[in-house]
Design a protein around this ligand. Sequence first.
Ligand SMILES: [Zn+2]
Length: 236
Amino acid sequence: MILRPSPNFGDRKLPVTMAVIHYTGMRTADAALDTLTSPASGVSSHYMIAEDGTVFALVDEGKRAWHAGAGEWRGITDVNSASVGYELVNPGSEFGYTPFPEPQIAALVSLLRGAFARYAIRPANVIGHSDLAPTRKDDPGELFPWPMLAAAGLAARVPVLDNVPRGTPNGFEAAPDPGWTDAGATLALGRYGYGVAETKAALVAFQRHFRPSRVDGVWDAQSRAALLALLRAEGL
Ligand SMILES: [Zn+2]
């Protein structure tokens, strides 16, 4: 771990109950590191992880880093106060989105395990930036390996729906299509934790995370079934 202190932080106002995954969305790791540690930028995160797995520690976990911005998750609007923030180096959708290399994800898993040991973070509260800010953000994007995190017990399990029967080896009991209306499905999305003021954006964020094979913002049987399965798994 390489210490690169950022001046962009404050005091937490809430206990840590969440983790937020980002990509940097810049051309190079150096450019991202400059931004995350520059007083002028007003942004930071607790960690930045390079493609080769090198971890840069930017803000002490006890402090409130400035990575989430406006948004909400499960009623929490000051997400920065309640979360640890992780930036993964990746050019992102603007500069050439690429798969996340294995060493980078391994480093993230290691950091998350530490956070889980120190704080009361539920797997379902490990989310992407786009999950809490669906109208503004698309990171970490549909290539992020949520199932790998889920397999490690560090994120909500992702329902496997395409041509896979119930009770499959990933252990996730698939749910049937509950047949909700679009309005009813949006209510269910809000119940799971999404801010649903902008309904299509919220659904796009949900699909990016839980049904990445088709991110189109249109409710269909698989999206509804995935959401029902997640609600059941959370006891919601
Ligand atoms: Zn982000």
